[in-house]
Ligand binder design. Structure first.
Ligand code: SAM
Length: 531
């Protein structure tokens, strides 16, 4: 702590690191998972649980801080550390080891915190999500291992393959009863294997080697449906952490080119690591804003994946993080929708050689799905056709887009309680080459900022660099192995438990969030909470 405490006993490192992570997530919109792993703490799962719990309790913490006046009475108490300690004391282990000054300070408030808890309004907090137990999805990285070999390996490990289903309903029934030692192959995506919920893969050699990837079905369908032919040129507009990019590389058999664009520097680093780990060497990572991407950096694009930031409302395990920054859900959705429309329109109208575009979200909100497609349909005329995914899949599916939208039933939804995977939405556009593309003026970076989505753009502008030529081929295999080994060791056992959750919490920081860490004025916060 930098604010004046003289420590007789040090604050446990776990709490200190957790407070820095919570601050970074709240203020800068950083990815919780990436931060947790980057700290290389020996107790990754404990650190993840504590930081997640603290973030999920944002609303309650804000109210407790007001009720108890802990931060106004104790100006030297670091507000982020206070949040972590309070969370541990009230909702976590329910105890703290005394000795360090900040810990003692929080302990001194224990009874007022517990009393305060009775007074806070929790009516709209912690609304329990319907608990869906989803199976464990494992995508075979066909760049490194064939599906047959993967199945054989699992069988050698004692697993038994079940394939007694005839249609989607019987498959789902099988899935809902799946238990050790049985696994099955996904009904739609052959490279996706499905195991009982909670199956652990950390000690499997194939996991350590990047031959299998823990990836939910929701995250596999977009690349599967884009289905670029071998040798084609693909643009992945929102690529980090790289789950879909690596899947696309596998579909291309590494023959062709993928431009994988990511705006955030830190997430771009994760993307580069994922591409190396999965041997996706046909993909070049580009750290840039896809909306202002210079065409020269990605010539002759034929297939585009638009998988933009979204509310993540379909994610089963997604934490509910309260009104972190004073932006309420409807405004947040409006901002996201504006951004999603711009991005999709940019994809559809600004790449003259494009043949197919897939739009996907892990949201189950109409605003981010049918409404986005409807708006874009009104801009593109007959230059594209919205494809019926039912026909593309050639297999039955259950949930489609709404009949009362212009999507009709052409796009698909996955509903966790029905499809036993994360909720998601996918739309597929096919170019009609007989109709010229309507004129389109690409947006500038400034206009993008106006969506209010990212107030951290300024920082990114400084650090943006283009790395179109990430030549993974040139990395010696020895170096690659060494890097892989080191990374695996760092990430530890618990990594896999949260690895398949490829969508990050959509945090949209604003100036107000940045200030909120230091709530020394009860009035300011009260006002904010009332708004
Ligand atoms: C939903 S995630 C993508 C997940 C990714 N497709 C995967 O499967 O691993 C959205 C990503 O888009 C990035 N992003 C948001 N706006 C962007 C922009 N204008 N240009 C490029 N990337 C952007 C976000 O930082 C985030 O990493």
């Amino acid at each position: 702590m930098s604010n004046g405490f003289v420590h007789s006993v040090k604050v446990p490192r776990l709490y200190k690191i957790a407070s820095k992570i919570v601050q970074d997530v709240q203020e800068n919109g950083a990815s919780l998972k990436s931060l947790v792993f980057s700290k290389k703490h020996p107790n990754v799962s404990g650190l993840y649980a504590l930081t997640l719990n603290t973030l999920q309790k944002t609303d309650q913490l804000n109210q407790l801080i007001i009720e108890t006046k802990i931060l106004t009475n104790e100006p030297r108490l670091d507000p982020w550390l206070a949040r972590v300690l309070i969370t541990e004391l009230i909702w976590g282990k329910q105890k703290l080891t005394a000795g360090a000054k900040p810990v003692d300070t929080v302990l001194a408030y224990e009874s007022s915190l517990r009393n305060g808890l009775k007074n806070i309004n929790i009516s709209d907090m912690d609304i329990p999500r319907k608990k869906v137990i989803k199976p464990r999805y494992v995508r075979v990285n066909t760049l490194l291992l064939s599906i047959d070999d993967a199945i054989r390996n699992f069988q050698n490990e004692g697993w038994s393959l079940l394939s007694e289903y005839t249609d989607y309903s019987s498959y789902l029934k099988l899935l809902s009863n799946l238990s050790d030692p049985y696994f099955t192959q996904d009904y739609h995506i052959p490279e996706l294997l499905v195991f009982p919920p909670g199956t652990s893969f950390f000690n499997y050699a194939s996991y350590k080697l990047g031959e299998i990837i823990l990836q939910d079905k929701a995250s596999c369908l977009p690349s599967y449906l884009l289905n670029p032919p071998i040798g084609s040129v693909v643009l992945d507009m929102c690529a980090a952490p790289g789950m879909k990019t690596s899947h696309l590389a596998a579909i291309l058999k590494n023959q062709g080119k993928i431009y994988a664009v990511e705006i955030e520097k830190r997430r771009y680093q994760t993307l580069c690591e994922k591409l190396a780990e999965t041997n996706s060497y046909c993909a070049a990572a580009i750290n840039n804003d896809a909306l202002s991407l210079d065409q020269k950096l990605c010539p002759d694009v034929e297939y585009i994946l638009v998988d933009p930031s979204c509310s993540g409302s379909g994610m089963i395990d997604r934490p509910k993080i309260g009104n972190r920054d004073g932006i309420y859900e409807s405004e947040r959705l409006k901002n996201l929708q504006a951004f999603q429309v711009f991005l999709l329109r940019h994809a559809l109208l600004n790449f003259p050689s494009v043949k197919r575009v897939v739009y996907s979200t892990c949201s189950i909100n109409r605003e981010e799905n049918e409404d986005v497609i409807d708006e874009v349909l009104s801009n593109i005329g007959n230059a594209y056709k919205l494809v019926s995914i039912k026909k593309l899949l050639k297999k039955d599916w259950i949930n489609y887009s709404s009949e009362d939208s212009n999507c009709k039933k052409k796009c698909i939804y996955a509903r966790p309680e029905v499809d036993l995977c994360n909720g998601f939405f996918v739309a597929v556009f096919k170019r009609n080459v007989d109709v010229p593309l309507p004129t389109y003026t690409p947006r500038t970076h400034n206009t993008y900022k106006e969506t209010g989505l990212r107030s951290i753009d300024e920082k990114q502008e400084d650090s943006q660099e283009i790395n179109e030529d990430l030549d993974l081929n040139k990395t010696s295999s020895k170096k690659k192995k060494k890097r892989k080994k080191k990374k695996r060791a760092d990430n530890d056992v618990e990594k896999q438990e949260i690895d398949d959750n490829d969508k990050d919490i959509a945090i949209v920081p604003t100036e107000s969030t940045k200030r909120k860490g230091n709530i020394n004025s009860d009035d300011t916060l009260k006002k904010k909470l009332k708004t």
